[in-house]
Design a protein around this ligand. Structure first.
Ligand code: MG
Length: 203
């Protein structure tokens, strides 16, 4: 399986990193080895001194598809969660300045937290979902999927032009504002509404 990640999908986050607003979605991949195993701590890698949390809504693909029209995109996923796209921001800035790919900063082992899944049937409107990240019990990021520049169905249409979507693939739909550094012993908890879907300790 693969993790397909969308960058720069919330206007306020684009502003906080002083990035340009993209004319098309920004896409990158993480390998399955990036998934942080359940109940394991996240270890800050020794090649970075500025790892950021990015909470994101996740979508799990349940049908094989290519060139999916956005009208039919809702048939290709059945579960929703939140996760963290951990990013070695110092390394990413260096790679960006050289025009190089971001993988070393984004796709390293443990860099993808995947929360517990909720069936889509339990969700009234996927385009109006509140989600948030608590760091040491204080809210540091919150978003609503209504503020995405590209909505879930549009993301599925766009990414499936390039990559065949397979059962079990996970899409990270982009982070809202409020990204920040994690430190040893931080405790990160991700929520959709009031429902806690993951808890991770930083080591
Ligand atoms: Mg991200």
């Amino acid at each position: 399986m693969k993790l397909i990640c969308i960058g720069r999908n919330y206007a306020a986050h684009i502003e906080e990193l002083e990035n340009e607003k993209p004319s098309d979605p920004v896409i990158f991949l993480k390998p399955d080895t990036a998934i942080l195993l359940k109940k394991q701590p996240f270890f800050i890698p020794d090649f970075s001194s500025n790892v950021h949390h990015e909470i994101e809504v996740l979508v799990k693909i349940n049908r094989v598809g290519k060139h999916i029209d956005k009208k039919f995109a809702h048939k290709y996923y059945n579960q929703i969660s939140v996760g963290i796209d951990f990013t070695a921001r110092d390394l990413q800035s260096e790679l960006k300045s050289k025009g190089l790919p971001w993988e070393k900063a984004k796709a390293f082992d443990g860099a993808a937290v995947v929360g517990n899944w909720i069936d889509k049937s339990e969700i009234t409107d996927v385009n109006n979902l509140d989600f948030s990240l608590l760091k040491n019990d204080e809210e540091v990021q919150k978003g609503n999927t209504g503020l995405m520049l590209w909505k879930i169905d549009e993301i599925i249409e766009y990414v499936s032009k390039y990559f065949t979507l397979k059962i079990g693939d996970v899409i990270f739909t982009g982070t809202p504002a409020g990204v920040g550094k994690v430190d040893v012993n931080d405790k990160l908890k991700g929520f959709i509404g009031e429902q806690e879907l993951f808890s991770v300790t930083v080591k």
